[in-house]
Each structure stands twice: as structure tokens, then as C-alpha cells.
Design a protein around this ligand. Structure first.
Ligand SMILES: [Fe+2]
Length: 448
């Protein structure tokens, strides 16, 4: 039986097909190129290549878009139809894949862990589970799942640097900033274009309030991580825009939005979410974003049919775009779908929607429609568990920002100050100072 580059048995008899699989895995690690096309090339050489079918499912499921699920389900069905061909590991991966495409994300991640216990060098299983840990808001496993397999790895194995990048991000989300930075910098030394590792270090700098360093870090590496075919690059540009925003350079943030986020890449859900997240923050800062939100809301409208109710984190961002543009009927449709999901949905998304996504979407609508104190109360009620619907600390900061502004607009300055006090400790940056000054100005106006 053939073995892959990490010494794991693979059931395909075709060395050429296996070479294509390795090429696709390298693309998946680096978020570069088109791993699906490469896997299709592998399958043209061996149509019964179980791992290639599974990898197709893993690549598209981790894009978190409902529109890709038919492809994912078809790929898993093909793998399931090949039990005699699959080896033990591939059968275990097929079981994990079934859970994943059925929406049972938590159970799927446990199934991936069973695979990794036996085969800790299964880089495909690890990265898929790592990304699903992110979408499930499981910070501990973002760190620990990688830690559990690291002893089985070394620099001699292809893909090792990507493990360090994943570990770096997990450490950062667990607030172990020096360890995260060291792992991320080492990963970038080994693979300068590893956008995920670059991103982990940028997160550290943002969380520690090292705004100038963060800007320099991202800008100095952009020739490597920012090349056009890197699907992860827009998210790093988003982080760079946030860092500029922190300094008060709102024009730089808008310029990055126009040059790096708004474009054909918005077709990807993850980029669309970053667009909404940046424009929402800019509006909270009082910036006139022109017709940009209208264009983003148009994109959501075009996607809504296949995406509503698929993933609470996405639904919230859809509602943000519709609320910001006064598209009440569109907001209502998303909220209705979220209520249906919360009542009788399947898989992990049901609880995510019921407990977190839906109350937050209602809060966003309250905020946009002027029920600011109700918005503040609703955000306050769930923000301590909001990690459970995924995203990073940096992404979920939008909840604190919106809560502070909702309380300020509603005239509840003590509540705004209460939340800001926390942010001033955790993020003692110009952005927080600006918010404090805004609250002081509101207090003065109220007293006048
Ligand atoms: Fe990020």
C-alpha cells in the first residue's frame, strides 16, 4: 500500500493520484490555488480515491457556505460507497465526514480526534478539525488539539510549519500571547507565505495593543502572504484595516476596504463577513461609508436563499448588512429562518442560533431601528457566551463596540462606561481612549 509524505498508508494504487492529493493538501494548508481542481485531477487518475473524495468535502465544508454542501454531501456519499477500498483510517475519516456534512460539528470534531489519536500525522484531519474548532468557538481545542499531535511531528515532515501556525492561533485565542507569538514567528520563518501563522501573530499584537508593530508586521510580510491567489489574504488585510482604525486613520481603513476587500473575492462568505464587520465598525465611529453597505447588502441578498439558517455567525452578519441599509424585509426573512432553526434545526447550528445568533441578530435590528437600550440589554445578556458561535476575540469585539455605542445613544452612560472599563484594561489603545472621550462628551451634553 502506498504511503503519503507523512508515512500514512493511503488506499489508492495510483502514485500519480497520491501526488495530486499531496499537492491539494499543500494548497489547503496555504489557502492558495484551487485544491478542489487539484483533487478532481487526482480523481481523474483514480475515481475511487477515498481520501480525495473526503478532502473535497473537508475543503468546502470549512468554507462555511451552504451553497457548497451539495458538493460536500456528494463527495462523502462517494467515499461511503467505497468501504472495501478504504483502509481503517479512511473509514474513520469517512465517519467523521458524515457527521460534518450532517451538521454535527461537535461530534465530527470528536471523531477527528479519534483519528488523530491513532494517526497524529493526519494533517488533513487536523486542519479540518482546527477550522471547525474555530467555527465552534472552541478556543481550548484550537490550542490543545494541535498540542496533542505535535510530539508526533518534526521539521522533517512536510507541513510541520503549518502546525506551528495553527498552534500559534490556538495559543493566541487562549490568551497565551508570548507563546503564540513565538510559535507564529517560527512558522513564518519556515514558510513566509503562511497567512494563517502571519495572522496569529497579528492577532497577538492587536490583543496586546501593539498597534504600530501590528501594522509593520502585516505590511512587511504582505509580499509573501498577500499574493493574489491566497484566499486568506483578505482577512489579513481586514486585520490591517482594524489596526489603522485603532490609530484613528479611518481613511486608511476605507482605502484597504476598497482595494483589498471589495472585489471578486467578496464571493467568498468569509470575505463578505469581513466586509460587513469593517463597515459596521466604521459606522459606529461615525464614518460615512457611502454606498458600500448597499453593495454588501446586495451581495447578501444574492446569497441569502442558500445561506439563511446555515450558520448563525453568517446569519448575524447578513442581518447587520440588512439592518445597516434599512432592508427590513430581508432582515425579517433571516430572523424567521433563524427562529425556525432555533426551534427545530439540526446539528450544532441549532443551539448556536437559539442561544447566541438569534438574540444578537435581534439586538442588531434593535440598534439599527433606534431601540438602543433594548439592543444593549440583549447584547449584554449573551456576549459572555458568544464565543460559542465561533469567530475570534477580535471579531467578537464588535459586540462590545456595539453595546457601548447602543448604551451611549440610549443615554445609559453608566452601562457604556461599565463595558468600556473592561475594554480599556484589555485593549488600552487609542480606539478605547476615543470611546472614552466620546462618552465624556455625551455626559457633558447631557449635563448642559
Ligand atoms: Fe482574525
Amino acid at each position: 500500500m502506498l504511503q503519503d509524505h507523512r508515512g500514512l498508508a493511503v488506499s489508492t494504487p495510483s502514485a500519480q493520484a497520491l501526488a495530486q492529493f499531496e499537492a491539494a493538501l499543500a494548497q489547503f494548508h496555504a489557502y492558495r490555488g484551487d485544491p478542489i481542481a487539484t483533487l478532481d485531477a487526482a480523481l481523474s487518475l483514480d475515481p475511487d480515491f477515498v481520501l480525495a473524495h473526503l478532502a473535497k468535502a473537508f475543503v468546502v465544508v470549512t468554507a462555511t457556505e451552504g451553497r457548497f454542501m451539495p458538493m460536500a454531501r456528494a463527495a462523502v456519499a462517494r467515499a461511503e460507497a467505497l468501504p472495501a477500498r478504504a483502509n481503517t483510517r479512511e473509514r474513520a475519516l469517512t465517519a467523521a465526514a458524515r457527521l460534518l456534512v450532517d451538521g454535527h460539528w461537535h461530534e465530527a470534531c470528536r471523531a477527528f480526534d479519534a483519528v488523530l489519536r491513532e494517526w497524529p500525522r493526519d494533517a488533513l484531519a487536523l486542519q479540518t478539525a482546527h477550522l471547525m474548532d474555530f467555527y465552534r468557538g472552541d478556543a481550548l481545542n484550537l490550542r490543545n488539539r494541535v498540542a496533542r499531535v505535535l510530539p508526533a511531528w518534526s521539521t522533517a515532515l512536510p507541513g510541520y510549519s503549518y502546525l506551528l501556525g495553527m498552534h500559534a492561533f490556538g495559543l493566541e485565542e487562549c490568551h497565551q500571547y508570548p507563546d503564540a507569538e513565538a510559535a507564529g514567528r517560527r512558522a513564518v520563518e519556515l514558510t513566509p507565505g503562511d497567512g494563517w501563522a502571519v495572522h496569529a501573530v497579528a492577532h497577538v499584537m492587536e490583543m496586546q495593543g501593539r498597534i504600530g508593530e501590528g501594522i509593520a508586521w502585516l505590511e512587511s510580510g504582505a509580499d509573501d502572504w498577500g499574493r493574489d491567489d491566497n484566499a486568506f489574504a483578505p482577512h489579513n488585510w481586514w486585520h490591517l484595516a482594524l489596526l489603522h482604525m485603532d490609530r484613528g486613520d479611518l481613511d486608511a481603513a476605507l482605502d484597504l476596504y476598497d482595494r483589498r476587500l471589495d472585489g471578486p473575492q467578496v464571493d467568498m462568505m468569509l470575505v463578505l463577513i469581513d466586509c460587513v464587520a469593517l463597515l459596521w465598525r466604521l459606522r459606529l465611529e461615525g464614518v460615512d461609508v457611502g454606498d458600500r453597505f448597499e453593495r454588501v447588502a446586495d451581495r447578501w441578498q444574492a446569497k441569502a436563499e442558500g445561506e439563511r439558517g446555515f450558520y448563525a455567525f453568517n446569519d448575524l452578519h447578513a442581518v447587520m448588512s440588512f439592518a445597516a441599509t434599512g432592508r427590513d424585509a430581508d432582515s425579517a426573512r433571516v430572523l424567521a429562518e433563524m427562529r425556525a432553526t432555533a426551534a427545530h434545526g439540526a446539528g450544532a447550528n441549532r443551539a448556536m442560533t437559539r442561544d447566541i445568533g438569534l438574540p444578537l441578530a435581534e439586538a442588531i435590528l434593535d440598534f439599527a431601528q433606534g431601540r438602543t437600550l433594548q439592543a444593549a440589554a440583549r447584547i449584554e445578556a449573551v456576549r459572555d457566551i458568544a464565543h460559542g458561535f465561533g469567530g475570534s476575540h477580535a471579531q467578537r469585539d464588535v459586540l462590545a463596540l456595539t453595546l457601548i455605542e447602543a448604551a451611549r445613544r440610549g443615554g445609559d452612560l453608566p452601562r457604556a462606561r461599565h463595558v468600556l472599563a473592561e475594554r480599556l484594561v484589555h485593549r488600552p489603545t487609542a480606539w478605547s481612549a476615543r470611546l472614552a472621550a466620546r462618552l465624556d462628551a455625551s455626559a457633558l451634553r447631557a449635563a448642559a
